[in-house]
Structures are given as C-alpha cells and as structure tokens.
Design a protein around this ligand. Structure first.
Ligand SMILES: Nc1ncnc2c1ncn2[C@@H]1O[C@H](COP(=O)(O)OP(=O)(O)OP(=O)(O)O)[C@@H](O)[C@H]1O
Length: 226
C-alpha cells in the first residue's frame, strides 16, 4: 500500500476555512472518511491527487510531493467522482474506457485488449458500443469506475460513489469497491459501507475529530450526529 501523508494542511476558500492543521498518515488498505456536509471531506481527498493545492502544508504519496509532481501522482492515484456524468468524456462506453489508456500511449492492440477485459469485468461488455450518457445511473457509476481502474492505479479514491444510486446499485458498487486489491479511500454518508474497512476518519469542521477502527469511529460519529 502507498503511504499518503498530510503534513499540517490548512486550506480556505475565500473566507471559509475548510481544513485546519490536518496531519494524517494513511497506509491501510481500506480507509473511510465521514463527516457532516461541508466538513471538508471532499477537499481532503482532492488534495491527494492534486485537484486542490493546499494553502499551507504538504501532501505526499510515497514521499512524492503532490503539488510539485501532480502528473506523476495522478498516474498512481485514480479518482472516482460522485456524479459519473462529470467523468464520462467520450461518446461511447468503449471509447470512454479506452480514453485513459490512449493518453498513456499504449498500442492499439493493448488498448483493445485491456478495454475489452475491463468492460467484461464490470458487466458492461454488452453496452460497449452504446452512448455512455444513455446508461442507467448504476451503469454510469460502473463505467466511471471502469475508466479509472483500467489504468490500474495503486490507489483508488471514491468521493460519495453511491450517493446517486438506488439501494441495489449502491450495494453492487459497494461490493465492487470492497473487492479491489488496491488501496481504497472512500468518502461516504453510507456508513454501512465502511463496516469492514481498516480505518475510519471522522472530519468535523475541517479537523480530524475521530480516527480509528470502524466500530469505534462510526459509533463516535453517530453519537456526534445525535
Ligand atoms: N471550489 C470551492 N470554492 C469555494 N468553496 C468551496 C469549494 N469547494 C468546497 N467549498 C466549500 O468548502 C466547504 C467544504 O466543502 P467539501 O466539499 O470539502 O465538504 P464535504 O465534507 O465533502 O461536504 P459534503 O458532504 O456536503 O459533500 C463547504 O462549505 C464548501 O461550500
């Protein structure tokens, strides 16, 4: 697993202070991030692959400074957004999955082979030539995940990956995420998704409020909510 280090991170959007002196070292396989709306969870995970540059402090992945080497880090860290519509960039399902690989400079044959395998794995093979925007919500989320995983990142970050899904699709995506061999960081309000995770971090008003095993951290979070 990679070592993801937040070293004294503070960040504000205008007057709004969103993260306040956060220091964390993430090395576990599956890590959940929970917290109230607006507590700073998305900001925290977006720092990991340089989608946001912190105003103070340093974020690194295996010692590589994310601000300075964002491209290098992004090759290792895949990011799945809440809304797959924001992530689908190509007209068809197949092209969308192949897009990441084309940018990596793989040969045509390699791209075709890896794309086909990935579509099969995610149950999307029958939709390969279909317009991506016509897929159902659950299928779109699968496609967004497929397009990230085809590049075989070492770390997968998923920001509320089940929020827009019905219970059945949410379960399917949850199970798929659980089965990944990669290091996984999930921001979610669906607390049951994190029951078997290795670590859960509760963010409250831009600070780490609780950090520990799911049973302990989720109970503490439920108590905070109550
Ligand atoms: N690009 C931005 N510009 C201005 N303000 C922002 C920006 N991104 C986030 N914020 C603000 O920062 C605060 C924290 O946002 P963030 O998305 O990190 O919270 P969150 O914990 O992920 O919330 P939620 O559970 O609602 O998704 C919020 O008040 C939000 O409005």
């Amino acid at each position: 697993m990679a070592t993801i280090a937040f070293d004294s991170i503070s960040h504000a959007f205008g007057e709004r202070r969103v993260l306040q002196d956060v220091s964390l070292t993430l090395t576990e396989h599956r890590i959940g991030i929970v917290g109230a709306n607006g507590s700073g969870k998305s900001t925290l995970v977006r720092l990991i692959n340089g989608l946001i540059t912190p105003q103070r402090g340093r974020v690194s992945v295996d010692g590589v400074d994310v601000s300075r080497h964002a491209r290098e880090v992004r090759r290792r860290v895949g990011f799945v957004f809440t809304n797959p519509d924001n992530q689908i960039v190509m007209p068809t399902v197949e092209e969308d999955v192949a897009f990441t690989l084309r940018r990596r400079g793989l040969s045509k044959d390699q791209i075709a082979e890896r794309t086909a395998l990935t579509l099969e794995r995610f149950g999307l093979a029958a939709h390969a030539a279909h317009p991506a925007h016509r897929l159902s919500g659950g299928q779109k989320q699968l496609l967004a995940l497929a397009a990230v995983l085809v590049a075989e990142p070492d770390v997968v970050i998923a920001d509320e990956p089940t929020t827009l899904l019905d219970a059945r699709n949410a379960r399917q995506i949850g199970e798929l995420l659980q089965s990944l061999p990669q290091q996984l960081i999930v921001v979610t309000h669906q607390l049951d998704l994190l029951a078997d995770f290795d670590r859960v971090i509760v963010i409250e008003e831009g600070r780490v409020a609780v950090d520990g095993a799911p049973a302990v951290a989720l109970d503490a979070y439920r108590a905070l909510l109550a």
